[in-house]
Design a binder for this molecule. Structure first.
Ligand SMILES: NC(=O)C1=CN([C@@H]2O[C@H](COP(=O)(O)OP(=O)(O)OC[C@H]3O[C@@H](n4cnc5c(N)ncnc54)[C@H](OP(=O)(O)O)[C@@H]3O)[C@@H](O)[C@H]2O)C=CC1
Ligand SMILES: O=C(O)CCC(=O)C(=O)O
Ligand SMILES: [Mg+2]
Length: 739
């Protein structure tokens, strides 16, 4: 790898569109500091093509960008800017394959029920692309996410809208009290490196080794199960209660990141809600290939192969269910898309904070907001949402003007905890015992299981834990802020973790620091009591709480998690700078397609690239890179102060316009700084030209809006075509080219 290269990722949806406008600006500025930005394609479409390249003709093959970057993470020089990407559910994967086929790529269909070796191979290739397939590969370090001072200051001066909370709200989180992962968790710390086995013991005593797992000394191994019978009974009871209480019902899962277990849980929600339909048409559905784990959408899709009269009959049976069930929360009430249509439409990390920000309400069939029962079956983490709801009911909504902040230090490296459990997750086909056995044959953990139960094991290695404790202490010291380790006394896993936390804390000078260990509910209440008094509290958490809290607090504090600084200091010495803490905003693409307005805010990219330049500056003693970084941060601050972030409305300044202002302010800062005369001289003419032509450029950018953008690909975009859409100002493009 060339010494001063930033690998900038091409991903999907809104961030990919934004890249077509923003990357040329970053590249033009970076070359003055001898830094090049290399675009690496890790989009869903490119990952599919790479998985089947050996079956495609040469001109249709794609490089495996994810493999390239994954290998790069082991290099201490790695400097990666990672934008959010699609973590595909099966319906999204089908849609992407269909689009690629239509574009002339001869890809096999996803085999739902593979029998032949060839089909098994095809399915295995697609499973590598499914769900959260990118982040776990690249995140070879722990996570440091926070709102930089300028961003927090902006939110205080320009508070986003925040729904009021009423003491009479009946919204709440609903979760299992028994039979879930929380109540069955077991955990051990491995005394030595060895290979352990995950085994199923059938009723007749026969043993099936499901997986052999190499483990390291000091590694924590957990196992847990969710009971299928109890899960279904919980859904039924929750539906009956919601109906009786006349409250809307919605289910919140993470089918993308928990790509094996949560689609199954989602499928149970679908078949319990539409119990009458699935009881009546179960056999027919099997025949035509309906997969409830893909949602109600799968029913509508597959019945198209049936005669019209039969389709109508099934549709009426579905409608009849709505009459016996509570009202179902909607994803898109105009189009009739419910919470149970697609497993990836409602993703808990973003959906629960959005509900809490919206007075605890979700959208109903009538297009209006109503109180809702938010169903999050496993109680391990669900309880923090109920705690937050209670807090809002007692204290009223949070006030973005006065509230403090909760940054996060998350244990994430080497697929820590549940987010790395997919290859160790099993849906049981019969009753028996699942157990974990060490190399000497001792049974370390075991669970009685029944057909349909979901059992899983998780791994958390020692080196990432040690590094996480260090990162927590470092952040507490650098920001002079209390830090709370969220560890639950009731959890077997957390008790193993706690021993290590207590041990590794001793490796650091914690004199004068306020470092505590608290149960989840105590920790969130403590943080919220402080936040409403304007005080900050660092949350030092495991992987799932990292994900949940870095949407929850930013959405309440800043209106969106897109404005977060997300740094992944890699264990091997490199760095990854993630942009924002949220996703790829599919709704924004829809708006661009319809009215050529992109409301995506690239603030996360601005922040990430500044840190990425700064890191190169320090590592390579590149003064110009350091100046570029400092000036970029100042330009970002100015952009916020002057309100040049994208608006939501077509015709007003959008993503492209905000990029223009960033470039102008950045050039002005570079021209004005006195640390490096060469850089100042280089950027002065551009600063002058952009300022002179500001009105013309803004007009050119506005002129294209209000009509469809003419985008021909959704998953597999044509970059040249997107560049035409995203760079419509000749005046701006010419000025930039003159650098
Ligand atoms: N790091 C990653 O790679 C992540 C990827 N994902 C993936 O992203 C996809 C969508 O996930 P979803 O849960 O819907 O969450 P998103 O974060 O994409 O969207 C939720 C809402 O947040 C707002 N938002 C998010 N980012 C921005 C931004 N940069 N500028 C302005 N507003 C923003 C938008 O609100 P509004 O529409 O009101 O403008 C958006 O609709 C999924 O495929 C998911 O798997 C999700 C999280 C992280
Ligand atoms: O990888 C994913 O699917 C989502 C990641 C995410 O939500 C996060 O890291 O905050
Ligand atoms: Mg998240």
């Amino acid at each position: 790898m060339s010494k001063q290269t930033i690998y900038y990722t091409l991903t999907d949806e809104a961030p990919a569109l934004a890249t077509a406008s923003l990357l040329p600006i970053f590249s033009a500025f970076a070359k003055e500091a001898d830094i090049s930005l290399e675009l690496t394609d890790i989009s869903l479409a490119s990952r599919i093509l790479a998985a089947f390249s050996d079956r495609l003709p040469a001109d249709k093959q794609a490089e495996d960008g994810l493999k390239f970057l994954g290998d790069l993470t082991a290099n201490p020089e790695a400097n990666i800017v990672k934008l959010p990407n699609i973590s595909a559910s099966l319906p999204q994967l089908y849609a992407a394959i269909k689009e690629l086929n239509a574009q002339g790529y001869d890809l096999p269909n996803y085999p739902e029920n593979p029998q032949s070796d060839e089909d098994k191979d095809i399915q295995a290739r697609y499973s590598k692309v499914l769900g959260s397939a990118v982040n776990p590969v690249l995140r070879q370090g722990n996570s440091d996410r926070r709102a930089p001072a300028a961003v927090k200051g902006f939110a205080r001066k320009n508070p986003h809208s925040m729904g009021k909370w009423s003491k009479t709200s009946i919204s709440h989180a609903d979760y299992m009290r028994d039979g879930d992962f929380y109540s069955s968790e077991q955990s051990v710390t491995m005394p030595s490196a060895q290979t352990i086995n995950i085994e199923f013991v059938a009723k007749d005593g026969s043993v099936d080794v499901k997986k052999s797992l190499p483990v390291l000394e000091g590694e924590i191994i957990d196992s847990m199960k969710i009971s299928c019978t109890k899960l279904r009974a919980f859904f039924e009871k929750s539906l009956e209660e919601a109906k009786a209480d006349n409250i809307m019902w919605s289910v919140h899962l993470k089918a993308t990141m928990m790509k094996v277990s949560h689609p199954i849980v989602f499928g149970h929600a679908v078949t319990v809600f539409f119990k009458d339909v699935f009881e009546k048409y179960g056999d027919l559905f099997k025949e035509i290939g309906v997969n409830p784990n893909n949602g109600l959408g799968s029913v509508y899709d597959k019945i198209q192969s049936l005669p019209e009269a039969q389709q109508e009959e099934i549709k009426q049976a579905i409608e009849a269910c709505y009459a016996t069930r509570p009202e179902l929360a909607m994803v898109d009430s105009d189009k009739g898309i419910t919470n149970l249509h697609v497993p990836s439409d409602v993703i808990v990390d973003a959906s629960m904070p959005a509900m809490i920000r919206n007075s605890g309400k979700m959208w109903g069939r009538d297009g209006k907001a109503h109180d809702a029962k938010a169903v999050i079956p496993d109680s391990t983490y669900a309880r923090i949402y109920q705690e937050t709801i209670n807090f809002c009911k007692t204290n009223g909504a949070f006030d973005p003007v006065t509230m403090g902040t909760v940054p996060n230090v998350g244990l994430m490296a080497q697929k820590a905890e549940e987010y790395g459990s997919h290859d160790k997750t099993f849906e049981l086909k019969e009753d028996g015992v699942m157990r974990v056995v060490d190399a000497a044959g001792n049974v370390l953990m075991q669970h009685d299981v029944e057909k349909g139960d979901i059992w899983r094991a998780c791994q958390t290695k020692d080196a990432p834990i040690r590094d996480w404790v260090k990162l927590g202490v470092t952040r507490a010291r650098q920001s002079d802020t209390p830090a709370v380790f969220w560890l639950e006394e009731e959890r077997a896993h957390d008790n193993e973790l706690r021993k290590k936390v207590e041990l590794y804390l001793q490796e650091h000078d914690t004199n004068g620091l306020d470092i505590r260990i608290m149960n989840y509910n105590d920790a969130i209440r403590f943080s919220m009591e402080r936040i409403i008094r304007g005080k900050d509290t660092i949350s030092v958490t495991g992987n799932i709480l990292r994900d949940y809290l870095t949407d929850l607090f930013p959405i309440l504090e800043l209106g969106t998690s897109a404005k977060m600084l997300s740094i992944v200091p890699m264990l091997e010495g490199g760095g990854m700078y993630e942009t924002g803490a949220g996703g790829s905003a599919p709704k924004h693409v829809q708006q661009l397609m319809e009215e050529n307005h992109l409301r995506w805010d690239s603030l996360g990219e601005f922040l990430a690239v500044a840190v990425s330049f700064e890191e190169l500056g320090i590592k390579h003693n590149n003064e110009k890179a350091k100046i570029l970084a400092a000036c970029l941060d100042k330009a970002t601050g100015k952009l916020l102060d002057t309100n040049k972030s994208p608006s939501r409305k077509a015709g007003e300044l959008d993503n492209r316009g905000s990029h223009f202002y960033l470039a102008m302010y950045w050039a002005q800062e570079l021209a004005a700084q006195t640390d490096n005369a060469e850089l100042a001289a280089k950027f002065a003419p551009l600063a002058k030209e952009l300022a002179e032509k500001e009105a013309a450029i803004v007009a050119e950018l506005a002129a294209v809006q209000g009509k469809p953008a003419g985008l021909s690909g959704y998953y597999h975009i044509d970059l040249a075509e997107v560049a035409k859409i995203m760079r419509p100002s000749n005046t701006f493009n010419t000025a930039l080219a003159s650098l």
